[in-house]
Design a protein around this ligand. Structure first.
Ligand SMILES: [Zn+2]
Length: 306
């Protein structure tokens, strides 16, 4: 029987919290009143079962894709019980806190240190394409590839710094650097990964979407490219232009190499997207999530496990 007083779940949201002391995803379930709940683990996922509470918001998955949580699904398991499932990309420790008030908030704090663990001891080389006289592609309203790729690279660098991973950029400013020097830097620095950032250029302004090039005949590069592309598309929701093997990275033996064509700068809609700092951040998050997923797989960790 429903009573007017029966608490209802009215909102669910999540946020990445980072400070010097803490690094976690906070998932908050808001309700109109207190109810009894239990929180437990189902595989990697964290599940909150609330008794005597009903949903007063659409049920179904809420996308998060923050690198730790993929989505949160609210589900009415019985007429008087609701289940909130937090789908996790990687296993993580958690704690729960409730606060009274209007609304009542039940917060689940998920440790993001697991991501830092995946990247521990790795040296990532980010290569913002072009620079200096080599402007790269040019958008219909004159945005230059050399400038936007640097902005995305800077965001990506930040994400690695947050987890204390070792990260380097082939260029910090508007410099002209020959490709072979960039590749040499990966060798000299003994980088574990080489990540090129580009925006595709096409004579046909209708062509758009995300593509990833990888070092041909390198299984690791192909695995990495697939994960990076899939995670980017989850974030940006643009057309999938696929994966393409390239021979130009052959000199980097033993180093997985991918070159991301985040969007097509020559497409006028996508050039518009490239003007937004939020878009740069989302693109960087997609690439970062792909890389952490790569290191979460056996292949990615083969080198350190042996
Ligand atoms: Zn380019």
């Amino acid at each position: 029987m429903f009573s007017q007083k029966q608490p209802r779940i009215t909102n669910i949201w999540s946020k990445v919290i980072e400070s010097d002391e803490a690094y976690f995803t906070k998932v908050v379930v808001e309700s109109t009143g207190a109810y009894k709940y239990s929180v437990g683990r189902q595989g990697n996922d964290i599940v909150l079962i609330g008794a005597g509470v009903v949903a007063n918001m659409p049920t179904g998955p809420i996308e998060v894709n923050d690198g730790l949580v993929s989505d949160i699904t609210l589900h009415e398991s019985r007429p008087d019980a609701a289940t909130v499932t937090i789908h996790m990309e990687h296993p993580a420790g958690y704690r729960v806190e409730s606060s009274e008030g209007i609304p009542v908030r039940t917060a689940i704090f998920l440790e993001r240190s697991t991501i830092a663990g995946l990247l521990q001891g790795k040296k990532i080389l980010i290569d913002p394409g072009h620079g200096g006289k080599d402007v790269g592609g040019k958008g219909p309203v004159n945005l230059l590839e050399k400038n936007v790729v640097l902005l995305i690279a800077n965001e990506l660098e930040q994400l690695f710094r947050q987890v204390d991973a070792s990260v380097l950029l082939t260029r910090k400013g508007d410099e002209s650097i020959p490709v072979h020097n960039r590749l040499k830097m990966a060798k000299d620095e003994r980088a574990d990964l080489f990540i090129g950032i580009h925006t595709h250029t096409d004579n046909n302004c209708k062509v758009g979407g995300t593509a990833v090039l990888y070092k041909a005949s390198s299984r690791e590069s192909l695995d990495l490219a697939k994960l990076v592309k899939d995670e980017l598309i989850r974030k940006l929701k643009l057309t999938d232009r696929g994966l393409k093997g390239s021979r130009k990275f052959a000199v980097l033996e033993g180093i997985p190499v991918v070159e991301v064509e985040v969007v097509a700068i020559t497409n006028w809609v996508e050039e518009g997207l490239l003007r937004s700092p939020t878009f740069h951040k989302r693109a960087a998050e997609g690439i970062f999530n792909g890389i952490t997923k790569y290191y979460a797989t056996t292949d990615g960790n083969k080198k350190v496990k042996v």
